[in-house]
Design a protein around this ligand. Structure first.
Ligand SMILES: CC(C)(COP(=O)(O)OP(=O)(O)OC[C@H]1O[C@@H](n2cnc3c(N)ncnc32)[C@H](O)[C@@H]1OP(=O)(O)O)[C@@H](O)C(=O)NCCC(=O)NCCS
Length: 165
C-alpha cells in the first residue's frame, strides 16, 4: 500500500530528478542540461509529486512544468512514471499548476499533445481542455513516423477566482 503526497514546488536543484522522470515518460527525453535551462527560464514553475510506500520511503512519481507569461500559461511538460499511473497524480499536478497560474493572473492555459496520445487526451478532456488547433508532423516517433500535435486550451481565471472569493 502506498500513497501519493501533495505535489511540491521545485526548481533547478531538482533537475536530475525531473530529467530522470521525463526520460521514463517520453520517447524523446530532455537532457539534464536542457532541463536545467528550462527550469531556470523566466516564468517557468515546476512541481514534483512523490509516492510514499508503506515503510514511509518517498519516491519521485510525477512532475509538471508550466511557463507563465502575462496572462497565459503553457504546460511545457507533464508526466507520471508508469508504476504510479491512474492514481490521480497527473490530475493533481494539473490542478496545482492551473491554480497557481490563475493566482498569477493567467486567464487561459495552453498545451500541445500528440494526436495519438490517448491517455493524455482523456486526462485533458476530463479537465476541461478543448482542441483549438492542430500542427501536422509536429512530433517524430523513434521510428521516424511523423505525428501531429493538437493544441489544447482551457480558460482558468473565472473558475479559480470564484473559488477564492
Ligand atoms: C498522461 C499521464 C500524465 C496521465 O497520468 P496519470 O497520473 O496516470 O493520470 P491520472 O491518474 O491523474 O488520470 C486522470 C484521468 O485521466 C484519464 N486517463 C489517464 N490515463 C488514461 C488512460 N491510460 N486511458 C484513458 N484515460 C486515462 C482518466 O479520465 C483519468 O481518470 P480516472 O482514472 O478516474 O478514469 C501519464 O499516462 C503519462 O505520464 N504518460 C506519458 C507522458 C505523457 O504522455 N504526458 C503528457 C504529454 S502532453
Amino acid at each position: 500500500m502506498s500513497a501519493s503526497e501533495d505535489p511540491r514546488l521545485t526548481g533547478p536543484a531538482d533537475a536530475p530528478i525531473l530529467a530522470a522522470l521525463h526520460a521514463v515518460c517520453f520517447d524523446d527525453p530532455w537532457s539534464l542540461q536542457a532541463m536545467v535551462d528550462i527550469l531556470a527560464s523566466p516564468g517557468v514553475i515546476a512541481w514534483l509529486a512523490f509516492d510514499r510506500d508503506a515503510g514511509g520511503t518517498s519516491a519521485p512519481a510525477g512532475f509538471a512544468i508550466i511557463r507563465l507569461t502575462t496572462d497565459e500559461g503553457e504546460l511545457l511538460s507533464l508526466g507520471v512514471a508508469a508504476a504510479f499511473r491512474r492514481r490521480s497524480i497527473a490530475r493533481r499536478l494539473l490542478a496545482m499548476g492551473m491554480r497557481h497560474a490563475a493566482e498569477c493572473g493567467a486567464r487561459r492555459i495552453f498545451l500541445e499533445v500528440a494526436e495519438d496520445n490517448v491517455a493524455a487526451q482523456a486526462l485533458y478532456a476530463a479537465e476541461g481542455f478543448e482542441v483549438v488547433g492542430r500542427r501536422p508532423a509536429y512530433y517524430r516517433r523513434a521510428d521516424g513516423a511523423p505525428v501531429a500535435a493538437l493544441t489544447l486550451r482551457r480558460r482558468i481565471a473565472g473558475r479559480f477566482w470564484r473559488i477564492r472569493l
